[in-house]
Design a protein around this ligand. Structure first.
Ligand SMILES: [Zn+2]
Length: 246
């Protein structure tokens, strides 16, 4: 994909609270809902439980192409995901194959705020990243468990933001396909933030760079403070193709 197209998928800024539905010109036509495919049973362990490696991104892409299989992968990993109806809020902004990511019962850490609406593909990528990178890296580098994963939201009907403002290009946030991660709280009380701990060579900085680097093998696009000033306080984690990591 051309760099311009990749950049069109990225960007961060003001987000729409999940609890605030926006009226839009389009609504699903009335009529019976078509029956869904039969329940898919994932062979062996869920993708969420497989260690990060060179195959991770491609494997995630394959098992999340179908919403039914994506839901089965999350269910097999005891990650709560409740599908929501597809909807469009504008011609360039809406939800497809999305749902509410609730608690991960395989781990203690909770998303803050919780119950975040996102695509199933993003929910699977976030769940894999937290179990295979964020949580073990905190134990290894910081010596404590993550109890809260703090973020600035997912769904926002807007264009890509760069250092000079908002552009006309549609952000992945307009498809609920990117999470803006801002930091973690640990069981020992410490709070690690991208805004405050990115620079230098402290354990906190090494933790943040580790989870950014791991994220590059999980997500299609990862943008950090190394990318531009618009990302000085968060990691933009986007579960679409692109393969841009900085
Ligand atoms: Zn973002």
């Amino acid at each position: 994909m051309a760099l311009a197209a990749v950049l069109a998928l990225a960007g961060c800024g003001r987000l729409i609270p999940d609890s605030t539905p926006r009226p839009g010109p389009w609504s699903p036509p009335p009529g019976p809902v078509a029956p869904g495919p039969s329940v898919y049973v994932a062979p062996g362990a869920s993708v969420v439980d497989q260690p990060i490696g060179g195959e991770t991104f491609g494997r995630l892409r394959r098992v999340t192409q179908s919403l039914a299989q994506c839901e089965a992968e999350l269910a097999a990993a005891r990650v709560t995901f409740t599908p929501t109806p597809d909807r469009m809020n504008s011609p360039t902004c809406g939800l497809t194959a999305a749902g509410v990511l609730g608690p991960d019962f395989g781990t203690a850490a909770r998303m803050t705020p919780g119950d975040v609406t996102m695509t199933c593909a993003l929910a699977a990528a976030v769940s894999l990243w937290r179990r295979q990178s964020l949580e073990p890296a905190a134990r290894e580098i910081l010596g404590s468990d993550v109890v809260a994963i703090e973020h600035m939201g997912v769904y926002a009907c807007r264009g890509v933001r760069n250092d000079s403002g908002e552009t006309a290009r549609v952000s992945a946030h307009s498809r609920a396909a990117a999470l803006d991660f801002s930091g973690v709280r640990l069981r020992d009380g410490r709070r690690i933030t991208v805004a405050g701990d990115w620079g230098g060579d402290s354990a906190e900085a090494r933790f943040l760079r580790r989870i950014r680097d791991d994220g590059c093998r999980v997500f299609g696009t990862v943008l950090s403070p190394d990318y531009n000033a618009a990302h000085r306080d968060h990691l933009h984690l986007e579960a679409e193709s692109g393969r841009l990591c900085r």
